[in-house]
Design a protein around this ligand. Structure first.
Ligand code: SF4
Length: 607
């Protein structure tokens, strides 16, 4: 191992989850150790067992060290010439929609930025999607529908400050341990109440004052029931609704159809009336409530509605934009949020701009001087692999992810890739199930070797720092793509010298968002020097001329990013999973409830 850092200390960020903890790497007696960075606002010195073991990853085991084409070791020049020639031929024959990138929440924002620019601005298709789609796209939709933009309103301090924290579809004790530890400490210090809503009794339930094991898939019924309860018992903030929200009456009307009473909610959700009543009262009677939602809410056929049903209750009571009060989507991967900021999803543009707005498309086209600007959305993850299977996508480049294992219906994905004319994989490991079936394998750097930013669940941008020399011939993902882009003929446009230069361009692009009324804006970082970038101080976007130190929580002024500045309280018509046996197979169907309630039987008779 070749340690670059001469002061023997690197301040970096843990790459394992969306909490985004700061890590100090130290060298003592020739041993590398890691410790939590006490100055990093996400973890204040703590690390969980995953973060504490990071030094063990510094031993390069099973690393992909050399580019390979069809199993043969080749030079970088040969590998990228081969890849570019194949891409060019396929694009010439079948158009740009015949190629795709499938990227990852493990990439750094600068990698993501280059991938998105290359695909949407130069190759000329929006066929770039990320594995973050699988965990986060429901929350993205819920945010955009309610707030007009994909924004998480709160911050980690809110979790400590809240009088009630509700975990729903979140096993934070395992998945987001440091957030969980912060909440548990605050519970001991201040006696806050914790509610866990989860069909399973998870480790998070160990600290719960109330565990509601809702029947699977009934979350929207629960939160619609809560909205109805709040409206019927005068717990809503009418002034906030009148001045800052649209859609309240219709949402309540819909909530009253199936969930007008606690008894109805208890019946549908299959928990006791007393427990439902307690949860509703705690939400209603405490001004400081944070609802933490995660994969159990997002990964559902009704994930976006689940998210909006939660947000509705916060908007109706004005429990948003204030200390200790927020609906709070917690991301899974370390840079799921950063990917969204640069357009890592097939239905986003860049810097939170949108294909729905032609001025935004034009602006991005002009900013990039893009010769082949994509004008519409591309294929999302599931559709992308379906198109690979159908032969519509003939070349796919998979970066830092292993879809043969991680996609739903993984065997189908494997078969699709086996049929595909060209599968390129860039990864740090040489033995993933996806790498095994790649035509071209490109060795990429990983944590400790690569430099760039990530954004955690509270919108906080931090730096992952390079302090170890990359092994073998591994290169940074952005470098690999730039070299590929040059071979495709776009030398000038991808002539970046380092991640700092890419970050500055990303910041410059975001500056237009003050005109487009988009939340994501880091214009105040345009002039960041390389030295300051390499010593990046974690900061929560937006970072503007007005808010040079970032913004802890959004919407404290009651202004949202919609056309009229008001948040949308969405009308949610929940459906629940009914299951039945048909031809000896368990069939699941999502259907609305009866509409007239009373009938547990109606619900149950389908089982
Ligand atoms: S909570 Fe997440 S980011 Fe923090 S140390 Fe653990 S795995 Fe790393």
């Amino acid at each position: 191992m070749n340690i670059i850092a001469t002061d023997l200390i690197a301040q970096t960020t843990c790459p394992y989850c969306g909490v985004g903890c700061g890590v100090n790497v130290n060298k003592k007696d020739n041993e590398i150790t890691v410790k939590g960075n006490t100055e990093h606002p996400a973890n204040l010195g703590r690390l969980c067992v995953k973060g504490s073991s990071l030094h063990e990853t510094l031993v390069p085991k099973n690393r992909l060290l050399t580019p390979k084409v069809n199993g043969e070791e080749v030079s970088w020049d040969q590998a990228l010439t081969f890849t570019a020639d194949k891409f060019k031929k396929i694009i010439q024959q079948d158009g740009p929609d015949a190629v795709a990138f499938y990227v990852s929440g493990q990439l750094l924002t600068e990698d993501y930025y280059v991938a998105n620019k290359l695909m949407k601005g130069f190759i000329g298709t929006s066929n770039i999607d990320t594995n973050s789609r699988l965990c986060m796209s429901s929350a993205v939709v819920a945010h955009k529908r309610a707030f007009g933009n994909d924004v998480v309103p709160g911050c980690y301090e809110d979790l400590e400050e809240a009088d009630v924290v509700i975990f729903v579809g979140s096993n934070a004790a395992y998945a987001h341990p440091i957030i969980f530890q912060r909440i548990v400490k605050a519970q001991k210090d201040s006696g806050k109440k914790i509610i866990v809503i989860d069909p399973r009794r998870t480790a998070t339930c160990e600290v719960a004052d109330l565990h509601l094991p809702l029947a699977s898939g009934t979350d929207s019924f629960f939160f619609n029931g809560l909205l109805a309860y709040l409206a019927q018992n005068n717990y809503v903030d009418q002034e906030f609704i009148d001045n800052h929200c649209d859609g309240f009456d219709s949402a309540v009307e819909s909530a009253l159809i199936d969930t007008a009473s606690i008894k109805q909610v208890a019946t549908i959700c299959e928990v006791s009336e007393q427990d439902i009543k307690t949860a509703f009262e705690w939400f209603a009677q405490n001004p400081k409530v944070v609802t933490v939602f995660s994969m159990g809410i997002n990964q559902s056929a009704t994930g976006s509605d689940n998210g909006n049903a939660i947000i509705n209750c916060h908007l109706a009571t004005g429990k948003i934009g204030k200390p200790g009060a927020a609906p709070f989507s917690i991301t899974g991967q370390p840079n799921a949020m950063g990917g969204r900021e640069v357009g890592g999803l097939a239905n986003q543009l860049a810097a939170h701009m949108d294909f729905a707005n032609k001025h935004e498309i034009q602006y991005v086209e002009q900013f990039w001087q893009a010769p082949n600007m994509a004008k519409q959305q591309g294929l999302k993850a599931i559709d992308m692999f379906n198109a690979v299977s159908d032969g519509k996508i003939k070349a796919i480049w998979i970066m830092a992810t292993n879809p043969v294992v991680s996609m739903p219906n993984a065997d189908f994905v494997k078969e699709a890739l086996l049929k595909c004319e060209l599968v390129v994989v860039s990864d740090c490991m040489d033995n993933t199930d996806t790498a095994k079936i790649a035509d071209v394998l490109l060795p990429a750097t990983t944590w400790s070797e690569k430099e760039g930013t990530v954004t955690n669940s509270e919108r906080r941008i931090s730096l992952q720092k390079a302090f170890v020399k990359a092994p073998g011939q591994a290169k940074n993902d952005w470098e690999i793509m730039c070299e590929f882009a040059k071979k495709m003929g776009w030398e000038k446009d991808f002539d970046y010298t380092d991640a700092h230069e890419i970050f500055v361009e990303h910041a410059k692009l975001s500056a237009i968002n003050s005109e487009f009324n988009n939340a994501f804006n880091i214009e105040a970082l345009i002039d960041i020097t390389k030295e300051d970038y390499l010593n990046f101080k974690p900061i929560q976007w937006p970072v503007t001329a007005q808010h040079k130190k970032g913004v802890k929580r959004l919407f404290s002024d009651g202004k949202f990013f919609t056309d009229n500045g008001k948040a949308k309280i969405l009308t949610i018509k929940p459906t629940a999973p009914f299951h039945k046996l048909k031809d000896n197979q368990l069939i699941f169907e999502y259907r609305a409830y009866s509409g007239s309630m009373a009938h547990n039987d109606t619900y149950r008779q389908c089982e």
